[in-house]
Each structure stands twice: as C-alpha cells, then as structure tokens.
Design a protein around this ligand. Structure first.
Ligand SMILES: Cc1cc2nc3c(=O)[nH]c(=O)nc-3n(C[C@H](O)[C@H](O)[C@H](O)COP(=O)(O)OP(=O)(O)OC[C@H]3O[C@@H](n4cnc5c(N)ncnc54)[C@H](O)[C@@H]3O)c2cc1C
Ligand code: FES
Ligand code: FES
Length: 1289
C-alpha cells in the first residue's frame, strides 16, 4: 500500500466501490463516512472519514461501506430504507455517508436516544434536504422519543402522511454482519512486529512497542508522527507537504493507556478524543463534583470539537502537538495546569503545559527526537470554565477559544490564583498573564470586572491586519468571555447575580420543546391508488441513493485507457501572462500532455450568452482561478502534482475586487437596467417621511456536495460523448462543439443525475467540460476530471454579492408611497448570466408590497473575481432582501410593529407591479393570515417582550416576512421544453424529457405526470437519463420552471399516445394496458412520440415597461423566532412557521422537501455563510473547514411547514406551482428576527431607531451591533489605516 493513499481512493479507484462519496477530502462533509471495526478486548465499531484515513492505518481493521450493509437488489438495511422512505434523500450524494453514521451508531447502541442521533451527525452535511426528514426517519430507531423531540399536543409527527413508520422493515440488531473471525484471531495474536509500507514518496513505519517507536524517532528525527491523520492529511493534501517517513504509533499500548493517579487522569498521547470523552464522562458521573471541574471543561470543548468521525480517530496528542493557535483543548489544558510527559530513547521529562510550552506558530519545546507520551489532566482544585466561539455551532473551528480557572483564598472571594488562556488571539495559545497578575488579591466583584476588562483590552490586542480578520470582534470576545466566566463564578460562589443571563450559553438555552411538523392537503377520497399525482411518493432514486447504487458521473467505471486531467489556474486576479513554463511538469511521473490555448482546434471564446471569456487564457488573466491550461496524466495524483509544477510569470495589473472599488472606478458592464413606474418626485413630496439606507448582501457558494465533474470519451469521426454533472446539457453540447470546431450533432452530452446543482451547474460547468473535451480530442483517449472542493469553490463563482442603496418615502401610517433603489452586483470577470440575475433582482425590488411610485436601477460591477452566476433565486432573494431592509427601517423609524407595517403594504388582488403586470389569484393574504395563526404570532410577540425585559444578555427576536416569486425565465425563448416517450411492446414506457435530475425530484414528478395521463402505474414508467440525442435544444433546468415546462411537454406527448391508443381501448374496454399496446403495435401504430410545450403570453419589454414578465407568481410567508447571545453574537433558531402556496402539489413530499431545503439554504445565505476574499482577490474560504453551510443543529427547534390548501393554479400542469426557488427568501424572516433581537439589546444601551445590518447576520455582525460597555473598550481601527485580511466584495 502507498502510505499517501487514503481509504477513499482505494475504495473508489482500486475496488470500484463507488458508494462512498468524495465531497471535500478534508473531513468536513461526511460524504465519505465508513465504519471501521477493531477487535481489542471486544469489537469496537466507529464511523470515520475515509478521505482522511490512510490505507496503511487499517492493519487488523475491518471496513464496512454502504454497499456492505444492504442493496436494492439484495435486501435493504433498515437504515437505508428509512432515510429513503422518510424523504431524507434528494440528490443523494450525502446519503451514503449519513447512512453509515447512523449504522455505526446502531452497531454500538441499538437503542439510541435522539441526542445520540444528533451527535452521530455532527460530521455530516446535506445541502438539499434541510435535515428534518432525515431526523424524522431516524427518530424511529430511538427509544425515548418524547424527551428531546417532544411532540406537542395536536401535532403528532407520526401521523403526518408523508410516510408511515408502519411500512418500515423492523430493525433487528442481531442480524448484523459479524466481525471477520480471521481478523479476530490475528488481533488476538497480540504482537505483529514492525510494519513497513513503502510508496513513491513516503514510507509508513508502524512500530508495536514504545522502545521501537523511540528508536525510530531517534533515527528519523524529521519523521512525522501520525495517529488520526486529521492534521497531517490536510497538510499533505492542501499544503503540498511531503513527509518521507511516517511513524504510526496507534497500536503501542503505552500511548493508548489511561490510568487514574492520585492527582488526576493520565491519557496516552494516542488516545482518541472519543475515548478521552468517554473516560471523562464516566469520571464525572462517579467522582465528587469538586474534583471534576476541569473534566467538565474538557468535555464542553469536546462536545463541539469537529464531528464524531474526526473525534473517533483524532488523538489528544495530535491536538496538543499540532500547536494550533485555535486548538480547542490547549487553552483548557493550560488553564488547568496539565502536565505532559515527553520521552526520547534516553529517558523522559515532565513539563507543565503553560505559555512556555508553545514556542511559536505551530512550534513546541519538543526536541526533534522526542515524542509526547502522555498528558495528565488534574482533578480540579479550582473553578474552571471553557468557551468556544465559532461561526457555526457544530463541527467548526474556533474564532476565539478560551479557558479560565480561578482559586480563592479559602473561605473568601479573594483571588489567589487566576489563569486566563486564549486561543485565536496570537500565533500560539496564550495566557493573559498581566491581567491575571493584576487581579490577584482582589475581591470577585464589579471592581475586579472593570479592572479585568481594561487590562484585557490592553493585553489581548491584535493587529488590524491579523490573519483571520474579525479583529474588533475577537478583541471584544476576550472581554465578553471573561464576563461570562465572571458571572459563572459569581453564581458558583452563590452571590447575588442580577445579570445572570450573561452566563447562559445559547447552547444550553434549550427550554423550547423541539418539534418538527408538516401540513399538507390530502388527496380526495375515492381517487385511484394508481394515480400518484398529489401523493407523497418517494423520490424514485432514493433507495438506490441510500445503498450507494445510484451512479453519479464520477462513479462511471474507469475506461481501460482513461486519463485524468488537472487544471492550471491563475494565482493573480489581474495580470498579463508573460510566460508559461511546463517543462518540469512534462517530465513528472505519469504525465501525458500539457494543454494550452493553442491546443483548442475550434474557438477559444466561450460563455453561456455572450462569448466574452476564454476556454483557456492565453494573454491575460482576469481572476484568481482563471483557467490557463491543464495537465493530463495517468492518475489524478500525478496530474495534480504536475499542474502545481507549471510556472507562470505574470505582469500584475491593478485589480478591482469589491463593489465599492467598481463604483469608484465606474467599472460596469452594460446595460444598466431601469424599471420605473409612477412619479417618483411627486411620491416623495406626498410622503410624511423620507429615509435613506443601504445594505450589503454577501455572496454564497453553491456547495453542491458533488463538485463539477466531466468524463469525455472520443468516438469516431470527431464524435465526442460526455458524461457531465450539469443542469445544461444543450449548452454544454454547443460550447464543446464550438471549442472542438465540430457541428453540434457530433457531441452527445449525457446526464444521469447530479449530486446537487442549485444553479451552480447551469453555466459554469461548461468551462471544465470544454477543457476536458479538448484534452480527450487531442489525445483520442477518454479523459476525466472531478474538481477538488477547493478548486471548485475558487473557480466556479457563486451567488452575486449585492449592495443596495435606497431612498424611501412613507406616510405616518407606514404606507410606502415612493421608492428609489439602486442595486449593484459583483459580477466578476465575465457576464455569464449576470444581466438576467440583475433583471430578476429588479423584478423583485418591491417583494410583496404595493408601491405607487418607484424606480429601480441595476448596475453590473465588472470586477476581477471569478464570474458569479445563477444560484437558487437568481437575484430575487437579493432584490427582496433590500426591500425588507427598508421595510424594517420604515417600521423602526415610526416606532411601529414591523408586522403591521408589512401587512399594511401587502399587495391586494388586481394591483399591478412596477413592471405593470396585473396580479390575479393572489394568495398572499391567505398565506399571511395562516402564518400568523399557526405561529401564534401575537402570543409569541408578547412572550418575546417579557423575555427581553427579564434578560440582559440574551435577547429574543421575532419577524414575519412574505415572498412573491415570479415564475418563468425572463428570457422568453427559454420557456420551452420537449419530451420523448416510447412505449415498448411489453407495455413498459421509457420517458425522456429536457430536464435534469439534481435531487429536486423532477424525474419523479414527470413520471407522476406521465402516469396520470397514460392511466398506468408509475412502476411501468422509467427515466434513464437526460441526453442531447433524445431531446434536443433544451433549456437549462432552472428558474423553478422545469416541472411546469417539461411537465407540459410530457403531458403533451402522453396525450398524443393516448389518442393513438384510444381506438384499441374503445374496442376492448376491459383489456389491460398491455393488451392495448400490443394491439396497437400489431396494427402498425407508432408508439413513440415527442411532446412540446411553450409558456403562452410571455414577453416583457424594458423599453416600454410593458408585456408579461411572468406566467404567474408563487407566494409564501414565514415567521421566525430567534435568541441571540449578546455577548458572543451566537444565535439559536428557536422556531419557524412557513406557509407556502404551491398550488395543487404534484407531490407534497417533494414539495415540502423543496420548501425546507430552500429555506435552509436561505438560512445559510442570510445568517451563516461567508466567503472571505483577500484584498488581492484570493478566495480564502475554500472548503467546509472555513466555509460553513447549515448543519443539522441549525434547523429551527420548532419547524412547521404548511402547504396552502385549496389553491389550484390554472397556469401549470395539473394546477401545480413552481417550488424550487420561491421559499428560499423566507429565511429572511430569521435575519430580521435577529435584527429585532439586536434592537432589543441596543435598547438596553439606550440606542434606538434604524441601523444597518449587512447579510449574513454572522456572530461577528450580531456581536458588533449589540453595542455595550465591552464593545466600547475595543473600537475598530480607522478604515484605510491598515490592509485588512479580507474585504467585503
Ligand atoms: C474536519 C476537521 C475538524 C477539526 N475540528 C477541530 C476542532 O474543532 N478543534 C480543534 O482543536 N481541532 C480541530 N481539528 C484539528 C485536528 O482534528 C486535531 O488537532 C486532532 O486532535 C489532531 O489529531 P490527529 O491524531 O488526527 O493528528 P495527526 O494528524 O495524526 O498528527 C498531528 C500532529 O501531531 C504530531 N503528533 C501526534 N502525536 C504525537 C506524539 N505522540 N508525539 C509527538 N508528536 C505527535 C504529529 O507529528 C503531527 O504533526 C479538526 C480537523 C479536521 C480535519
Ligand atoms: S469527503 Fe471526506 S469528509 Fe468530505
Ligand atoms: S441529499 Fe443531501 S446533499 Fe443532496
């Protein structure tokens, strides 16, 4: 085995076991989760990330993958069946990993509690489902269902008709696969001797005794010690580190030993964090409380330390020795005064873990020949607390982490000893010694607090340019966390605490009984069971997705002579290319060719609408990540290593990175769109008040779990077959043909399914596909490339950041009469779809409110960022976010409840939009009223007010927000679709349509439509794939319109076939479907046809501000309640109630899945996800480690989703409505609930009235906005006086 090979590569590439997925390669998404089993004294099962597990580390370990526990063909495991049947799998790319996390939990604990289930998923992400259905499905395995997930009166989770637990196969834990007996006997054979694996660049040495380990370390002082590989694996993969000798001590007894001494518990350095946690938990249960303060602090840090898969392998020694300044454990170890035993061949020494231990960034006092043997965690003689503040609660690295301990002179509150240790404030974990010394001998009271704060503010400083940014926030946190400690100690001293809410952590404030529920319209009684329309039918691929049998692009088996491609990309945002030297790369192992612009046989100009970009840059680069060339080699590793060896010389030019820079330089693309109605000036004159404001809305990474991937296979006569993960098969076809210089009829693009798209695979996929096709064409061999997560994030763009500036005139009543708004979007280095995105923002500038006099202008900022592109909502959410900002300002400036002001301005039937479209069949008011009632808005409001009056440092906020989303592509010609339907002589039907399946359930819905029209059960209908040689000239699967458009085409085709079959039905009314099909066939009737649909009466004209822009509108309303921790900026989503109008739902399970999935994505957009760019335009957040999408714990504790009843929509197939994008904006209710809570906090400091809050409402922004005595001590540096680490783009 090659020491650098991971288990994941081995499974996927060597064994062809593709059920285990690659989502990030950095332990951050859980898609690669497998279960490992080891026999020591008993069999131990644990979930791990296969992407970080070195193959060599698996000696005597059994590996269970998703394929090993069940399959559709054989028998499904209940864990697989339940996630599918509970609708917990949409695109399915995350599903095998989630299945394996649950499976590993059940192997250890067949009767888990809900809290165990939640903990098991700390390391798994899903971008589609919104998590609720996964939890609901798996709740059926739990024993104590009513504690954590308390089911409130009248809302019984098990009676929602989305699934019926009675249909599930019972779970019998005795039927599981046993641990392989051979491995067991080998494991019992204690000593295996020194194991040695040698690879091209590294050797793996695995000693089985301490002496041997020390000897090897003496011989190889530069050797890297590897236990969990969760640090070293990242360094090798992402920092290009090469470690020629790896020492793996995981099997050495002394390093795994745990012993209880008179002073504390000693852990061998290779003890995993999970093991350490279990030992400490037991100690806490058995020892007297005064001894276990430190243990509790360690456990608090472990609770939010990475995901379970990481904790199961990562060692305590690895955390200490990495010496990371943001280690979560080192501050506790330092504050507690832990002792470390270091050892080399000649003996051992014991050192105290204090600030002398860390000698610099990632450096310690260890000598090269030394190893860390163990750590002793003492019983406490002090009061100890630990704190971690990270952007996301689960599985996230710290912004600031801290631990504090204090001892008092016996019988007093006089400080005898104090330790304050902080991570995230310097190059190492540090002790605030000056502050601590300054407080010795003081009474624990207000004076001490004041002194502590002013000392800390002076001692814990940061350079304004410090890496990681958030400088003011981090400095404030050092004070806020001390204040929390101060209050906690006061409480422990049983002294009077008037501001007790300050020591709460929102993480503990779980006094809201959690529940999740859905409401939908039942199918009318008497309807045939064969008619599935309106029923919650399971996604047709869900079972295959849960077993790993569903094939994604990179799962297509390797061709015999296949090659792998890696991209060469620009490291500069704006530069002339002076030279490119690939000579070193060409000589590297496995390299077949390097590819540059000259290798393109056709045209190098590309782009989805305007051809304003290059396939491969040749003279100039205009963003970091701009593709310059590619290396093609025998393996991915060889290609990637060689690509890094290509040297490019640049002449740097001045880049434009931010919207503000673009405005200053007037760097805009044309056209600058305007929509104007009424008389703006007259409107402002009529207004009682006028206010102005602004808001910046950050961009968003799609973070589809499956990155961009293409496999190109050259065929004869210039033909090229491409397997692509794309939403736009036809666009890929035409742009590949253009680059190859062949007619489109030589290029076939095939899409089986995508592991998520969300707009990110609408146009930007064509860049990769074209390069891969050019390579395959040059070499006449199949070529494949799946982007690494960091490349994908860097190259492919995302949601456009927007800056909105507004002036709004309104009456005393709150009625808005005049609005002038300007939108600026950060377009990036090419147009892509940005003009349409801006148009949609303008079409949504009034959201759901009637404004008589209005002007909206849209400026497209040309910058040197990777081109931004489509993302669920397509500019609509940004457009409406600005609306809600001024709406909130209007209410705040009048001092009126925002809910009343919003209601007052809501559209009513017959009013017309700023683009002169008359609104009919409005359901906004119904959604609004139902949402108010279901959420119990008024009672909540009263309760929030009471809560806020009683709590100084935690505040609650509430907001109700509507949405109106226009359905249709705004480019008229795209509103067409085709379908192709074949009926075979056995009666089976093969259905093809122009849409692609990315998890949204489009294929399932299309089968339902065909099933109803043909009058046959869905089981007779199959969709194999989307391909350009079956349905040509397709529009991208986008704009939420695919069910409407393709549904219309499928309906049309099936109706034609029905007409052809009608004579045979009439002739033989009692015959079966098969009888009619056979009769027609023998009668020489064509049983194959295509169908076509185009949306009628569309066509808006910007010049005249007339014509219909949209076919219809989807409406929805959400009410959310949050709680913020004013001291740290953390927040908790307490409750969300959504009422959504989806017409007559084609499939309520899928529609609710779309509502929840979109809502959670919006929640990420508005409260969590932050892309950081350096001032030079380098994306700094390039993976799940630094870019946080919502995790399981971010779902509102109470979530109710209702589909509006009795609201048929006559403008789409079977009275349904589009649902993919509209609900996303409803997450703005969470943002404005946060803003409401911040207002309550500001009121405590005497501040009132409108204030600017940019999106996302991150912990940093929340904390900074809650101005108080602590923020005043940490004023921000003067803008312009320093170069920040990251800029707001
Ligand atoms: C997804 C993810 C999430 C993470 N989340 C967190 C988090 O929330 N908080 C946090 O603090 N960290 C986090 N980390 C960092 C990491 O998991 C921890 O630092 C972990 O404890 C490292 O242990 P390991 O066994 O995997 O280390 P390895 O990668 O095996 O080794 C790490 C380093 O320690 C040295 N080393 C290990 N053992 C010894 C020894 N006995 N003697 C001498 N040197 C030794 C190695 O030489 C190496 O340099 C995260 C990492 C990942 C990938
Ligand atoms: S691929 Fe392993 S955790 Fe993401
Ligand atoms: S279903 Fe979870 S990522 Fe798509």
């Amino acid at each position: 085995a090659d020491p650098e090979m991971t288990l994941l590569t081995y499974l996927r590439r060597k064994l062809g076991l593709t059920g285990t997925k690659l989502g990030c390669a950095e332990g951050g998404c859980g898609a690669c989760t497998v279960m490992l089993s080891r026999y020591q004294t008993h069999t131990h099962h644990y979930a791990v990330n296969a992407c970080l597990a070195p193959l060599c580390s698996l000696h005597l370990v059994a590996v269970t993958t998703v394929e090993g526990i069940g399959s559709v063909a054989r028998e499904l495991h209940p864990v697989q069946e339940r996630i599918a049947m509970a609708h917990g799998s949409q695109c399915g790319f995350c599903t095998p990993g989630i299945v394996m996390s649950m499976y590993a939990l059940l192997r250890n604990n067949p009767k888990p509690k809900m809290a165990d289930v939640e903990e098991a998923f700390h390391g798994n992400l899903c971008r589609c489902t919104g998590y609720r259905p996964i939890l609901e499905g798996y709740k059926t395995f739990t024993v104590v269902r009513n504690t954590r997930y308390l089911t409130p009166v009248n809302v019984d989770l098990f009676t929602t008709s989305l699934f019926n637990p009675a249909d599930f196969t019972p779970f019998d834990p005795t039927q599981e696969v046993i641990f392989p007996p051979e491995l067991m006997s080998l494991s019992k054979d204690q000593r295996s001797g020194l194991l040695c694996f040698r690879g091209d660049r590294a050797s793996w040495l695995q000693p089985d005794s301490l002496d041997e380990f020390l000897r090897l370390k003496w011989e190889h002082p530069d050797a890297r010690v590897v236990v969990g590989n969760t640090e070293v694996g990242i360094e090798v993969k992402f920092k290009n580190m090469v470690y020629p000798v790896i020492l793996a001590p995981a099997f050495i007894p002394e390093l795994n030993n745990v012993s209880h001494t008179a002073d504390g518990v000693v852990f061998g350095a290779a003890c995993t964090l999970s093991h350490m946690g279990a030992v400490l938990k037991k100690a806490v249960e058995t020892l007297p409380p005064h001894q276990t303060e430190v243990f509790l602090a360690v456990l608090e840090q472990l609770r939010w330390f990475a995901g379970l898969q990481i904790r199961n392998v990562a060692a305590v020694g690895g955390n200490i020795m990495t010496a990371s300044p943001i280690s979560d454990l080192n501050p506790v170890f330092m504050a507690a005064g832990c002792r470390l035993t270091l050892m080399d061949k000649d003996g051992s020494r014991v050192v105290q873990m204090d600030d002398g231990f860390f000698t610099g960034y990632r450096k310690t006092v260890l000598r090269p020949q030394e190893i860390l043997l163990s750590i002793e965690i003492p019983y406490s003689k002090k009061l100890v607390s630990a704190f971690k503040q990270s952007p996301r609660r689960e599985d996230d690295i710290s912004i600031v982490t801290a631990a504090m301990s204090v001892t008092f002179t016996p019988g007093t509150d006089v400080v005898e000893d104090l330790r304050l240790s902080y991570g995230g404030m310097a190059a190492t974990t540090v002790l605030a010694k000056k502050t601590a010394n300054g407080l010795l001998g003081r009474h624990w009271g207000e004076e001490l607090l004041q002194e502590a704060c002013s000392l800390l503010a002076k001692e814990m400083t940061l350079d304004p340019s410090a890496p990681g940014g958030m400088v003011t926030y981090r400095r404030t946190l050092t004070l806020s966390l001390f204040y929390k400690f101060y209050l906690t100690v006061l409480q422990k001293l049983r002294l009077q605490v008037s501001e007790h809410s300050g020591c709460f952590s929102y993480r503990e404030a779980e006094n809201i009984p959690p529940y999740l529920s859905c409401h939908l319209q039942a199918v009318p009684e008497g309807r045939s069971q064969d008619d599935s329309v309106g029923r919650p039918m399971m996604h047709l691929s869900a079972l295959k997705q849960a077993t790993g049998e569903a094939v994604y692009c990179d799962d297509v088996p390797l061709y015999e002579n296949e090659l792998y491609l890696a991209l060469i990309t620009s490291s500069k945002a704006h530069a002339n290319i002076l030279s490119v030297d690939a000579s070193a790369a060409e000589k590297m192992p496995g390299v077949v060719t390097c590819l540059f612009a000259d290798d393109i046989p056709g045209c190098n100009a590309t782009g989805p609408i305007e051809h304003d970009e290059t396939v491969l840059a040749h003279r100039q680069v205009t963003c970091v990540g701009h593709i310059i060339g590619a290396v093609v080699a025998d393996t991915q590793l060889h290609a990637q290593r060689a690509a890094k060896a290509v040297r490019v010389q640049y002449e740097e030019l001045q880049p434009i990175i931010t919207i503000q820079e673009a405005i200053a330089a007037k760097s805009f693309y044309q056209p600058i769109r305007t929509i104007q109605k009424g008389d703006l000036e007259a409107g402002f004159k009529q207004a009682d008040h006028i206010l102005e404001g602004e808001i910046h809305i950050g961009g968003q990474e799609h973070f589809y779990l499956e990155t961009n991937v293409t496999l190109a296979v050259p065929r004869e006569e210039g033909e090229m077959e491409l397997f692509v993960s794309t939403q736009s098969a036809s666009k890929t076809q035409s742009l590949v043909a253009k680059a190859l210089g062949v007619p489109a009829n030589r290029v076939v693009v095939r899409v089986k399914r995508m592991g998520g798209g969300f707009g990110g695979k609408e146009s930007r996929t064509t860049l990769l596909s074209t390069v891969v096709a050019v390579a395959a064409n040059k070499l006449k061999r199949p070529v494949r490339c799946m982007l690494d997560r960091d490349e994908d994030m860097m190259i492919t763009g995302g949601r456009h950041p927007f800056y909105g500036k507004y002036k709004v005139g309104f009456l005393n009543s709150g009625k808005v009469v005049s609005l002038d708004v300007s939108y600026y979007s950060n377009v990036g280095n090419s147009m892509d779809l940005s003009a349409s995105v801006m148009e949609r923002a303008l079409f949504h500038m009034e959201n759901s409110y009637s404004v008589a006099n209005v002007r909206g202008r849209g400026f497209l900022c040309r910058t040197n960022l990777p081109s931004n592109t489509a993302f669920r909502g397509f500019g609509g959410p940004q457009g409406m976010m600005v609306t809600e900002s001024w709406m909130t300002d209007v209410a705040q400036s009048l001092g009126r409840p925002a809910e009343q002001v919003r209601r007052l301005n809501l559209y009513v039937e017959g009013e017309s939009t700023p683009y002169n479209q008359v609104l009919d069949q409005i359901t906004l008011d119904r959604c609004w009223d139902e949402c108010l009632t279901r959420s119990g808005y008024q009672e909540r409001r009263a309760a929030v007010d009471v809560y806020n009056s009683q709590n100084r440092w935690t505040k609650r906020g509430l907001a109700i927000v509507p949405t109106k989303f226009g359905i249709s592509f705004t480019v008229v010609f795209l509103n067409q679709a085709g379908a192709l339907v074949h009926i075979y002589t056995d009666g089976s039907v093969l259905l093809t349509h122009g849409g692609t399946e990315m998890g949204q359930g489009l294929h399932t819905k299309m089968v339902q439509v065909a099933s109803r029209v043909l009058g046959i059960p869905c089981s007779k209908i199959h969709i194999s794939e989307t391909s350009t040689n079956t349905v040509p000239n397709t529009s991208p699967t986008a704009a939420s319109a695919s069910s409407d458009l393709n549904g219309g085409a499928v309906q049309n085709a099936c109706e034609t076939l029905n007409q052809r079959l009608q004579p045979y039905k009439t002739k033989n009314p009692k015959g079966s479907w098969e009888d009619w099909v056979r009769a027609a066939y023998f009668d020489r009737v064509n049983l194959s046809t295509n169908g076509f649909y185009k949306t009628p009466n569309l066509g808006y004209d910007f010049e005249t501000n007339s014509g219909r822009a949209f076919n219809y509108f989807s409406y929805g309303v959400a009410c959310s309640e949050v709680e913020i921790d004013c001291l740290t900026g953390a927040h908790k989503n307490l409750s969300t109630t959504i009422v959504m109008d989806v017409g007559n739902s084609l499939n309520p399970a899928i529609d609710i899945g779309q509502v929840e999935g979109a809502f959670m994505q919006g929640l990420g957009l508005f409260t969590l996800e932050e892309l950081h760019y350096s001032p030079q335009g380098v994306l700094l957040t390039r993976g799940p480690g630094s870019y946080k999408i919502p995790a399981f714990g971010d779902i509102p504790a109470q979530l109710t989703v209702s589909l509006l009843r009795d609201a048929p929509n006559q403008k789409a197939v079977f009275a349904s409505k589009a649902v993919g994008e509209p609900p996303l904006f409803l997450a703005a209710s969470v943002f404005y609930a946060i803003k409401d809570a911040i207002s309550a906090s500001r009121a405590e400091s005497g501040i009132s009235g409108p204030f600017r809050l940019d999106s996302p409402a991150s912990a940093e922004r929340i904390r900074n906005a809650c101005s108080d005595r602590f923020t005043k001590l940490c004023p921000p540096a003067e803008p312009g006086s320093f170069t920040p680490w990251s800029v707001q783009v």
